[in-house]
Design a protein around this ligand. Structure first.
Ligand SMILES: Nc1ncnc2c1ncn2[C@@H]1O[C@H](COP(=O)(O)OP(=O)(O)OP(=O)(O)O)[C@@H](O)[C@H]1O
Length: 257
């Protein structure tokens, strides 16, 4: 059975259809890049999968309709890194990451060894060990983003949705996060991640979904999808594109529209 099955998904915002009859399925071990221009409907699509927005059509998580799942069940299956990653709570970094385990804690019980292991692994993976006792709201924007990414990773779900997770991260942490996502997918988890950086999408994702004006217009491997003419048509930019032993390299060079 697929982890996620999306059938004829449509979402309206203020009476305007912004996701239009989108269908796809996600199996285990996929690292999927969701790409498309500003306003294409990427965030709206992710939020509909989480049942944060009303939708038409069907979204099934492990065979169960997302909107009908209790939130605790959904959180055991699906983690989410939102686009807005400012933390305004006066909480220690480690306590924020611990929140990722909430959906798995039996009532009135403390953290188990497994919970502690997931929390420490996520903190180490995101390189925030030195920040764990600081107040999260006193961190830089990129540090706060890494704390919230660690929280989602500590949730340890079969499927993770990440909305522009590399925004605000320096190049080393961008590559580090792509590496983490690749390792998660190699271990059988799946990730759907919106990306504006076509270079990262080309190099790291196993599959791309291309959204344009709310419609899914392409679904395939980065090499198949990220062709010069497709990128020109979609974004109005020319790119430098080359295959290297490290994978496909794509760099936008100039605007053509
Ligand atoms: N709260 C809202 N109320 C009304 N319309 C909205 C709202 N949020 C988004 N929209 C509209 O829905 C459409 C899709 O927006 P969405 O944020 O899903 O796009 P996106 O592909 O994620 O864009 P970006 O790359 O800029 O993050 C846009 O036309 C936007 O104006």
């Amino acid at each position: 059975m697929s982890l996620l099955r999306v059938e004829n998904l449509s979402v309206s915002r203020q009476k305007r259809i912004v996701v239009d009859r989108v269908s796809f399925t996600i199996g285990e071990g996929e690292f999927v890049g969701l790409i498309g221009p500003n306003g294409a409907g990427k965030s709206t699509l992710l939020r509909a999968l989480l049942a944060q927005l009303p939708y038409q059509g069907s979204v099934t998580l492990n065979g169960q309709e997302s909107a009908q799942l209790k939130s605790v069940k959904r959180a055991q299956f699906l983690s989410y890194i939102a686009q807005d990653r400012e933390i305004s709570w006066n909480m220690r970094v480690e306590a924020v990451v611990q929140l990722g385990r909430l959906a798995r804690l039996p009532q009135f019980s403390g953290l188990s060894k497994e919970d502690q292991h997931q929390i420490t692994s996520a903190i180490e993976a995101l390189e925030i060990t030195h920040l764990r006792d600081k107040s999260a709201r006193e961190l830089s924007g990129g540090e706060q983003a890494r704390v919230l990414i660690a929280r989602a990773i500590a949730q340890d779900t079969p499927l993770m949705l990440a909305d522009e997770p590399v925004a605000g991260l320096d190049p080393a942490h961008q590559l580090g996060l792509m590496q983490i996502f690749r390792e998660l997918s190699a271990s059988g988890r799946s990730i759907i991640c919106t990306l504006h950086d076509l270079g990262l999408a080309a190099r790291w994702c196993t599959r791309l979904l291309l959204l344009k004006d709310g419609c899914l217009v392409a679904d395939g491997t980065p090499a198949d999808i990220l062709k010069e003419d497709v990128i020109r048509d979609l974004y109005g930019v020319e790119v430098f594109r080359t295959q290297t032993p490290d994978g496909l390299i794509i760099q936008p060079t100039h605007i053509v529209r």
